[in-house]
Structure formats: structure tokens, C-alpha cells
Design a protein around this ligand. Structure first.
Ligand SMILES: [Zn+2]
Length: 232
């Protein structure tokens, strides 16, 4: 009994706040899935948040849909307000083990908003800024080779562990290349965009001495091990 109360208190007082950064194809989604299972964390993906938000019928929803369709950035104050709704909810939850913020912040302005929010919710000291690093060549190779299940939509990353797969490991469906992963110019511009917008964010956390760089070109289990070492 004492043990479980103690564990509960430790869990409450030491949440895992994981900010997962990395280029397309770095394996953020794969690692997030594995971490969620192990630590019962909340998953916060800005892409999902924005897609859900944009399905409503109001001014900002319609405008966000246009902006995202045109490949432009959603203003940081809106991203911040979506984060706030979730942060407020989990801060007040009875039991809270932590969360993974997947693929954000994407720009300096977002990083500033996020840093303010982490300070506001008193999570600063628990935050782990984890950068899954892969080279541009590797990013290009992985994106152009990754597949998606034609039946269930599950994405199969292209790594040493999964390159041989021909059927979906979850449902057995046929694997195909995603339509937007066939356009080499679009992929190259995504990689260039990452350099331009996210590199300064990485530098911000590097200069604060809080950026943890993990070699994302290792096998999935080794990447996970390196991340977990930082959570201990
Ligand atoms: Zn499937």
C-alpha cells in the first residue's frame, strides 16, 4: 500500500515531458508509439490537433484549412491556444504521467510559446528536448521508401528492421508508397524547410544546454534505449 502511494506521488511529481524533434523520416512517430505504451503518456501531435480543429465550422477552422492546404504555417498564437487547452486538461487530471509533444515546435515563435507554457504549468524542470538526428540523405531515402498499409493506414517506416516487410504487421494488408512520398521535389522542400525553420529552434535549446541529440540512424530498439536513458 505504502509503495503504491509512494509510486503514485512520484509519478505525480515527476511527469515525463518529452518534446520530440526531428526531420521527416527520423522515426518520431515510431518512437512516440513505443514510449506511449511503456509510460502511459498523453500524445500531442500538432498536425492531429490542427486537423481536428479545422473540421469545425467557424472562421479560424476554415482559415486554418486554407493555410494548411497551401502549405503555409499556422500562426503560433493559435497553436499555443490549442496546446493550452490540452495542457490545462492534463494538468488538472487526477493521474498524469506526462506527455509527448511530437514534431513541435516547428518555428522559433512556437518555441517561445512552448517555453512560456512549460514554465506556466511548472513542467520546465521535467522537459526533455529530444532531437532524433538523421542526415538529409537518410531522410530522403527513408521518406521515398516508407510505405503505408492500404487497408488500415498504418505507416511502415523504412529502417533495417522493416525494409523487408511486404504486408502490414498489424492487419496483413498490402503495403503501398504514400502518394505524397512519390514527389521528390516536395520531399526535398520539406527537408529544406526543416533546416530553415527548425534548425534555429534546435540551436535555441542547444545554447540553453537542454537539447538531447539521439542518433536516429540506429535500429529502432537502440534509439528507444538512448531515449529511455534520458528519462531515468
Ligand atoms: Zn494494416
Amino acid at each position: 500500500m505504502m509503495n503504491s502511494i509512494l509510486e503514485y506521488q512520484q509519478c505525480m511529481s515527476k511527469p515525463h515531458i518529452i518534446i520530440l524533434l526531428g526531420n521527416s523520416g527520423a522515426g518520431k512517430g515510431t518512437q512516440a508509439e513505443l514510449l506511449l505504451q511503456t509510460y502511459s503518456l498523453e500524445y500531442i501531435g500538432s498536425g492531429n490537433l490542427l486537423r481536428t480543429f479545422s473540421q469545425s465550422d467557424h472562421f479560424s477552422a476554415r482559415k486554418i484549412k486554407q493555410i494548411m492546404g497551401a502549405g503555409r504555417f499556422v500562426p503560433s498564437f493559435l497553436i499555443g491556444s490549442l496546446w493550452t487547452q490540452i495542457f490545462e486538461h492534463i494538468k488538472n487530471a487526477e493521474s498524469f504521467a506526462g506527455f509527448i509533444l511530437d514534431g513541435s515546435p516547428r518555428r522559433m515563435e512556437e518555441a517561445e510559446v512552448l517555453d512560456e507554457a512549460l514554465a506556466w504549468y511548472e513542467w520546465e524542470q521535467y522537459a526533455r528536448f529530444i532531437y532524433l538526428h538523421i542526415s538529409d540523405e537518410e531522410a530522403l531515402r527513408r521518406i521515398t521508401h516508407r510505405k503505408v498499409c492500404s487497408a488500415c493506414g498504418h505507416t511502415i517506416p523504412y529502417t533495417a528492421d522493416t525494409a523487408h516487410l511486404e504486408r502490414c504487421p498489424q492487419c496483413g494488408g498490402a503495403l503501398v508508397v504514400r502518394a505524397d512520398d512519390k514527389d521528390i521535389h516536395a520531399i526535398q522542400s520539406r527537408i529544406a524547410m526543416f533546416k530553415k525553420e527548425v534548425e534555429p529552434v534546435l540551436e535555441r535549446y542547444r545554447s540553453k544546454n537542454v537539447l538531447i541529440t539521439v542518433n536516429g540512424e540506429q535500429p529502432i530498439a537502440h534509439v528507444l534505449r538512448d531515449i529511455e536513458q534520458q528519462l531515468a
